[in-house]
Design a protein around this ligand. Structure first.
Ligand code: NAD
Ligand code: UGA
Length: 470
C-alpha cells in the first residue's frame, strides 16, 4: 500500500467539492488540490464569505473553514496539481449526450476523456487514477488505454470509486456512508491501488462497509443503485394515480407497504416527479447500455421508470390547468420551490422546470420563489429546454416575459389564482395559509406536489386543495 501525501481532484462540482473537503478533514496529512476549468467556480470556492461557496450543502461551510488553505486548496492550475499528485480523482460531469450516436441516452464522456488526456500529457510520475464520476461500464478500459498509449514513461492504475452522496445530506452521507465501493483490476498493481484507497477511507469508515469488487461491477453498481432508487419513486408515483381514482390514500398505502422490512420505508414518498442531475441520466445510460448489447427487453423495462416520471410531471401540470377551468391565459400561478429537493440550490432536471414549461406554454404568468436557487439559474433551466427544442429567440423572450422570480412567498401568493408547491422546503409548511387565503383570487387553488400540507386544515380554510394520490 502506497503512502499518499498528495491528491488532485479534477472537477470542483457537487461531488468534487464536498468529497475532497471531507477527505481533507479526515486526513490532515494529505494535501488535496481541487481543480476546475471554471475560473468563476474556483473563485467562489475561495470566497472569504462562505455564503458564496458555489454549492449550498449543510455543514460544508464549516469543513471548508477548517481545511481550506491548510491541506485543501482550490485552483485552476490543473497541470501543476496533476503533476504533484500521486492519486487523481476524476469528478467531472457526465451529462446525457446531446449530439451524435447515443444522443439523448448515452453519457457524454468528453470531459472524462479530456481529463484522462490531460493526465497522460502532464504526468511525470506514476499515478493512481480514481473514477469518481458516474460512468458506463467499461469506461476504465478507455481511460487506461488513453493513459497507456499517450504516456509510455509512467504507469497508471485506474480504479473505480463511485460516489453515493445525496445532495442536501452530502456531508452526513460522506461521514457515515452506507458503503464505499472500490473496484480495481485483479493484478498485483491493481490490488495495491485498491488497498491504497481503502487505507484512506478506513480512517473514518468501518472496514466492513468498504466493499472491494472487480472494476466493472463497481461501475455498474453505481448505475444500478440509482436505477433502483428512482424505480421506487416511479412505482409509488404510479400508485398515486390509482389512489386518486379509487379513493385510496397513497401516503397510507406507502406507509403500510414500507413496514414490510423486506421492502423498507425509504424512497416511497410520492412527488411531482424525481429530479436531480443523475437519476434520469444514469437510467438512460443503463437503457443505452442494455440496448447496445441487444438486451432490448431490459432496456424497455428500465426506460419505463423515466416514462412514469414524465407522466407524473405532466399529470401535475394538467391538473393545474384543468382545475383552473382549462384557461390559464394571463392567470397568476405561484410556484413555491424550484430546487429538485429541499436542502440544495441545485435545480438540474427539477420537476419544477417541466411543470413551469407546460404552464407558460399554456399562457400562465408564473411567479417563482425558492430560498436557494438563483434567478439566473431558473432562467437558464428554462432556456436550456427551449433552445433544445429550437425555439426562436423571439419566442423564448416572449415566454421569459411571463415569468417573475420573487424574493418571498408573499410576493408569489398575493393575488394568485393558484399556488403550487414544487419543492418540500420546511418553511413552506409554516406559511400562515389562513392569512394567505384572503390575499388570493377565489376560488383559491393550492396544488401540493410534495404532500406536505395538512389536508383537513387547508380545506377548512376554504382552499381547493389537490394533493397527489389523495
Ligand atoms: P458538476 O457539474 O457539479 O461538477 C463537475 C465539474 O467538472 C464542473 O465544475 C466542470 O467545470 C468541471 N470540469 C469538466 N471538465 C473538466 C476538465 N476537463 N478539467 C477540469 N474540470 C472540468 O457535476 P457533479 O454533480 O459534481 O457530478 C460529477 C459526477 O459525479 C457526475 O458523473 C455525476 O453523475 C456523479 N455524481 C453526482 C452526484 C451529485 O449529487 N451531484 C452524486 C453522485 C455522483
Ligand atoms: C441521488 C441518490 O440518492 C444518491 O445516492 C446518488 O449518489 C445521487 O443521486 C447521484 O448519483 O447523483 P440526489 O439526486 O442528490 O441523490 O437526491 P435524492 O434524495 O435521491 O432525490 C432525488 C429525487 O427524488 C428528488 O427530486 C427527490 O425529491 C425525489 N424523491 C426522493 C421522491 O420524489 N420521493 C422519495 O421518496 C425520495
Amino acid at each position: 500500500m502506497e503512502k499518499i501525501k498528495n491528491i488532485c481532484c479534477i472537477g470542483a462540482g457537487y461531488v468534487g467539492g464536498p468529497t475532497m473537503a471531507v477527505i481533507a478533514l479526515k486526513c490532515p496529512d494529505i494535501k488535496i488540490t481541487v481543480v476546475d476549468v471554471s475560473d468563476d467556480k474556483i473563485n467562489l470556492w475561495k470566497s472569504e464569505d462562505l455564503n458564496n461557496l458555489p454549492i449550498y450543502e449543510p455543514g460544508l461551510d464549516e469543513i471548508i473553514s477548517q481545511t481550506r488553505d491548510k491541506n485543501l486548496f482550490f485552483s485552476t492550475d490543473i497541470d501543476n496539481a496533476i503533476n504533484e499528485a500521486q492519486m487523481i480523482f476524476i469528478a467531472v460531469n457526465t451529462p446525457t449526450k446531446q449530439y451524435g450516436t447515443g444522443k439523448g441516452m448515452a453519457a457524454d464522456l468528453k470531459y472524462v476523456e479530456q481529463s484522462a488526456r490531460k493526465i497522460a500529457e502532464i504526468a511525470t510520475t506514476n499515478k493512481i487514477v480514481v473514477e469518481k464520476s458516474t460512468l458506463p461500464v467499461r469506461t476504465a478500459e478507455a481511460i487506461q488505454s488513453i493513459l497507456k498509449s499517450t504516456n509510455k514513461k509512467n504507469s497508471f492504475e485506474v480504479i473505480s470509486n463511485p460516489e453515493f452522496l445525496a445532495e442536501g445530506t452530502a456531508i452526513k452521507d460522506l461521514f457515515k456512508s452506507d458503503r464505499v465501493i472500490i473496484g480495481g483490476d485483479p493484478t498485483p498493481s491493481g490490488n495495491k491501488a485498491v488497498a491504497t484507497l481503502v487505507g484512506i477511507y478506513s480512517r473514518w469508515i468501518d472496514k466492513d462497509k468498504i466493499i472491494t469488487t472487480n472494476i466493472w461491477s463497481s461501475e455498474l453498481t453505481k448505475l444500478v443503485s440509482n436505477a433502483f432508487l428512482a424505480q421506487r419513486i416511479s412505482s409509488i408515483n404510479s400508485i398515486s394515480a390509482i389512489c386518486e381514482v379509487t379513493g385510496a390514500d397513497v401516503d397510507e398505502v406507502a406507509l403500510a407497504v414500507g413496514k414490510d422490512h423486506r421492502i423498507g420505508e425509504k424512497f416511497l414518498k410520492t412527488s411531482v416527479g424525481f429530479g436531480g442531475s443523475c437519476f434520469q441520466k444514469d437510467i438512460l445510460n443503463l437503457v443505452y447500455l442494455a440496448r447496445s448489447y441487444n438486451l432490448n427487453e431490459v432496456g424497455d423495462y428500465w426506460e419505463q421508470v423515466i416514462i412514469m416520471n414524465n407522466y407524473q410531471r405532466n399529470r401535475f401540470a394538467d391538473k393545474i390547468s384543468t382545475s383552473l377551468f382549462r384557461t390559464l391565459t394571463d392567470k397568476k400561478v405561484g410556484f413555491l420551490g424550484w430546487a429538485f429537493k429541499k436542502g440544495t440550490n441545485d435545480s438540474r432536471e427539477s420537476a419544477a422546470i417541466y411543470v413551469a414549461d407546460k404552464l407558460l406554454l399554456d399562457g400562465a404568468i408564473l411567479h417563482v420563489f425558492d430560498p436557494k436557487v438563483k434567478t439566473k439559474k431558473i432562467i437558464y433551466d428554462l432556456k436550456f429546454i427551449w433552445e433544445k427544442r429550437n425555439y426562436s429567440e423571439k419566442k423564448i423572450d416572449n415566454l421569459l416575459k411571463r415569468i417573475f422570480i420573487r424574493k418571498s412567498p408573499c410576493d408569489i401568493i398575493d393575488k394568485a389564482h393558484a399556488v403550487a408547491i414544487l419543492t418540500e422546503w420546511d418553511e413552506f409548511k409554516n406559511i400562515d395559509w389562513e392569512k394567505k387565503f384572503n390575499k388570493m383570487k377565489k376560488p383559491a387553488f393550492l396544488f401540493d406536489g410534495r404532500n406536505i400540507l395538512d389536508k383537513n386544515k387547508i380545506e377548512d380554510i376554504g382552499f381547493k386543495l389537490f394533493q397527489l394520490g389523495k
